[in-house]
Design a protein around this ligand. Structure first.
Ligand SMILES: Cc1cc2nc3c(=O)[nH]c(=O)nc-3n(C[C@H](O)[C@H](O)[C@H](O)COP(=O)(O)OP(=O)(O)OC[C@H]3O[C@@H](n4cnc5c(N)ncnc54)[C@H](O)[C@@H]3O)c2cc1C
Length: 445
């Protein structure tokens, strides 16, 4: 079988290596970081993630979903914490099987690395950085970060799964005219910072375990996802500017006063929040769109390298795993013809990647200020009743999150039509009976 070079042994690259290894390809992966199984993981870099149906479906294809489910924590809905100190639960769906899962990023990556390591013809070289790809011939320029030695490696194809700062994509950008390469990068005026809620006594959970917690406060918000040891990873999504912006929260006194004003109920659960705040880095939040994703049938980008998105739909990793699943399906039909495979993959995915990028931005605004809004809450309640009574009703969130066979672009179009209609309906005093609402919703599809 041919040799395939994969740049980046993160979530997407490792799952791809496993699938290609399962198909019998010889896979050579290069990862610029050290082996996280030996060296640990840097602090403050999205410790846990929400894994949902799309990601699980791709893991299923590789025969790994059951093993991964073992260390997932189901999150059945959002637990909203208001400024007034109230807390209420808002289920993700009226269907009990539709929930998302909190999973450790490093735990999942390590499980995938271990699986890849079991395969004779999959090899992972850590501490090897790719500095670019010679697109015309499909060779990768690499440096061994331990020895400092530069070298070139050649395979049938090179696939870049090297994340948002992709070196492979940068090589494509170097041929802007020849490839008619289009590139867009936009950042939110918000960054993120991670804090921790430690476990309670004997590994108990200090707040509801099976929920994604949100403290929405208009232009800023905090979320928390549970970990297996009883702790929660808390993420502040916070603007840089403004009176309470990150650029102004420069002393412990200022941060303490800010938390007292806006997150008083969180303080007792986060004893080290001041230390965490100053110790942990601030991450940026951006969207990357580019095209084409392939060059000359020799090089391809996939995952965040092709379509980094903001994390507010919890879909970046899920979309990257879905890339692998769709790529795999396309390989089935076209094995041997890389140019055709790459082009078909791009056609199948690019519009959907754009859609989930847009949806993630929409959800940023929804999570920040709508989850507290009366009409929005009324609409969510109505949707739950609809999901409960009509098997063919799916909210926009459910279409995106729990309908893995529906492409993102279709989920977005249908979901937006429904949302608009239901928000208008819920702004009125009296709601028509459910049958009538459902009839109207059906007519929108
Ligand atoms: C705060 C936050 C929260 C998130 N929450 C969720 C969530 O709840 N659910 C969800 O689905 N997604 C979430 N995401 C998105 C998710 O993290 C990404 O979509 C996912 O990690 C993409 O996987 P990837 O393998 O494409 O890229 P990455 O995970 O970034 O992996 C890229 C790998 O390539 C390596 N690499 C980079 N450059 C080179 C080079 N030059 N040479 C060799 N190796 C290189 C890196 O070291 C890394 O190991 C979140 C993201 C953030 C920032």
């Amino acid at each position: 079988m041919q040799k395939i070079i994969i740049i980046g042994a993160g979530l997407c690259g490792t799952l791809l290596a496993i699938r290609l290894g399962q198909r019998g390809y010889e896979v050579q992966m290069y990862e610029k970081r050290g082996d996280m199984r030996k060296e640990g993981v840097e602090a403050g870099r999205s410790i846990n993630l929400a894994l949902s149906h799309r990601g699980l479906m791709a893991l299923e294809q590789a025969g790994l979903a059951d093993a991964v489910r073992e260390y997932c924590i189901p999150m059945k809905g959002r637990q909203i914490h208001t400024l007034a100190g109230q807390s209420f639960h808002s289920p993700y769906s009226g269907r009990s099987a539709d929930y998302i899962n909190s999973v450790s990023r490093s735990g999942l990556n390590i499980a995938l690395l271990n699986e890849a390591d079991k395969m004779d013809h999959v090899n992972i070289a850590f501490n090897h950085k790719c500095n670019g790809v010679n697109l015309d011939v499909g060779t990768a320029n690499l440096v061994n970060l331990e020895s400092g030695k530069n070298f070139t490696d050649e395979g049938a194809v090179v696939i870049g799964t090297d994340g948002a700062g992709s070196s492979v994509r940068r090589s494509m950008m170097g041929q802007t005219t020849k490839l008619r390469f289009h590139y867009e990068q936009s950042f939110l005026e918000h960054g993120y910072k991670e804090l921790t809620i430690p476990p309670g006594p004997n590994g108990t959970y200090r707040i509801e375990k099976n929920a994604l917690h949100i403290w929405p406060r208009d232009e800023f918000m905090i979320i928390a996802l549970p970990n297996l040891d009883g702790s929660f990873t808390v993420t502040m999504f916070h603007p840089y500017g403004g009176e309470y912006g990150l650029d102004n929260l420069t002393t412990k006194d200022k941060v303490a006063a800010f938390f007292k004003k806006f997150f008083p109920t969180l303080i007792p659960h986060t004893p080290d929040y001041l230390e965490d705040f100053f110790k942990n880095p601030t991450g940026t939040l951006g969207t990357i769109r580019c095209a084409p994703w392939q060059a000359y049938g020799r090089t391809l980008v996939m995952g965040d390298a092709a379509h980094a998105i903001v994390p507010f739909y919890g879909q970046g990793m899920n979309a990257s795993f879905e890339d692998v699943r769709v790529f795999d399906d396309i390989l089935d039909a076209n094995e041997g013809n890389w140019e055709k495979i790459f082009k078909e993959f791009q056609t199948a995915r690019i519009e959907n990647a754009r859609a989930i990028g847009d949806l993630a931005l929409d959800n940023f605004y929804e999570m920040q200020d709508k989850v507290n809004d009366e009409v929005f809450i009324k609409k969510r309640n109505l949707e739950r009743q609809l999901e409960d009574q009509f098997p063919d009703y799916y909210s926009k969130y459910s279409l995106v999150t729990f309908q893995p066979k529906l492409p993102y672009a279709e989920a977005m179009a249908r979901g937006r039509r429904q949302d608009e209609f239901l928000m208008e309906l819920c702004a009125k005093e009296e709601l028509p009976d459910l049958e009538k609402v459902m009839e109207a919703v059906r007519s929108l599809s």
